[in-house]
Write a protein that binds this ligand. Structure first.
Ligand code: 1HE
Length: 266
């Protein structure tokens, strides 16, 4: 069955790479600092649920000087408790499709990565930040709370104490400190985040699909299991991965000198 998603005017989609294997998804609402309104959140979900066949990794980026200013505050009208609950659950459903979707996702960050923008970034598997990046959770000062999964995902990156500090005091982390505490895995010069993210996405796309699946779907679950169960789940996943024909081909390639060695990086 051919998958199709509905094109959204503020969510640009294209495919790059020699085999068009990398999906590039760009928030194109720079006049509003890529603030995420309900339409954009639903479009993200639709896209990840209907990612075209042949895509093996993805990059999420924001147009303009900022990655994403978070929730579109102009839509934050009076909601009763039930509506607020469903709104948050809508974000959860969309970002769950990013984190546990079809392919690893690399976020290319610059400028503001704030509020729901940080929640979106934290649902991605790799974050590449350029030197202009800054991170904040202004929900604390807006009288609200995170609602896009941030309370679950952000403490896994930086710990609950640092997240509480960001929300209680309005602390803003710059790019260097963000990388130091674990908000991003890569820090690159200003303007270089997209190219680095694309380079990584091309590399990630070369992995065996089952390995990428294990890293996206098994690893985070194993990390949450008690050690005894985690070891067991790891053994099951290892057995499944190594029995795939592609794993056997790759192992033979190494043993017969056709595959790259691990080399020290400069
Ligand atoms: C917006 C938004 C937005 C900008 N919703 N319209 N997020 C925040 O609390 C962050 C709010 N935004 C900012 O602090 C700043 O806009 C930025 C640091 C991101 C960028 O500053 P700057 O000087 O480049 O832009 P600007 O002049 O502040 O904004 C340009 C326009 O974007 C302006 O609209 P305009 O019609 O006057 O031109 C802004 O109103 C608009 N804009 N950010 C709506 N967020 C699932 S729960 C998640 C909860 C949250 O994410 S709360 C945190 C929300």
């Amino acid at each position: 069955m051919t998958k199709t998603f509905t094109q959204h005017p503020e969510l640009h989609f294209e495919r790059l790479g020699e085999e068009q294997e990398v999906a590039v998804i760009r928030l194109t609402r720079s006049a509003k600092r890529n603030a995420l309104n309900d339409g954009l959140i639903l479009a993200l979900r639709d896209l990840f649920e209907n990612m075209p066949d042949g895509v093996r990794s993805a990059v999420i980026a924001g147009e303009g000087p900022h990655f994403c200013a978070g929730l579109d505050l102009s839509e934050l009208k009076e909601r009763d408790a039930g509506q607020g609950l469903h709104h948050s659950r809508m974000w959860h459903a969309a970002l769950e499709r990013v984190q546990f979707g079809p392919v690893p996702v690399i976020a290319a960050l610059q400028g503001a990565v704030v509020g729901g923008g940080l929640e979106l970034a934290s649902a991605c598997h790799i974050r590449v930040a350029d030197a202009s990046t800054f991170y904040a959770l202004p929900e604390g000062s807006r009288g609200i709370f995170v609602g896009g999964g941030g309370a679950v995902r952000i403490p896994k990156l930086i710990g609950a104490a640092r997240m509480a500090d960001m929300m209680l005091t309005g602390r803003v982390y710059n790019a260097q400190d963000g990388e130091r505490i674990g908000l991003a895995q890569y820090l690159v010069p200003e303007g270089a985040a997209f190219d680095k993210a694309l380079e990584l996405a091309v590399r990630v796309a070369q992995n065996a699909p089952l390995t990428n699946y294990a890293l996206m779907h098994a690893l985070p679950r194993i990390a949450e299991q008690p050690a005894d169960q985690g070891f067991f789940t790891e053994a099951m996943m290892a057995a499944i991965a190594q029995s795939a024909p592609e794993a056997k081909t790759r192992l033979n390639d190494f043993l017969e000198g056709r595959a790259a060695k691990v080399r020290k990086q400069d």
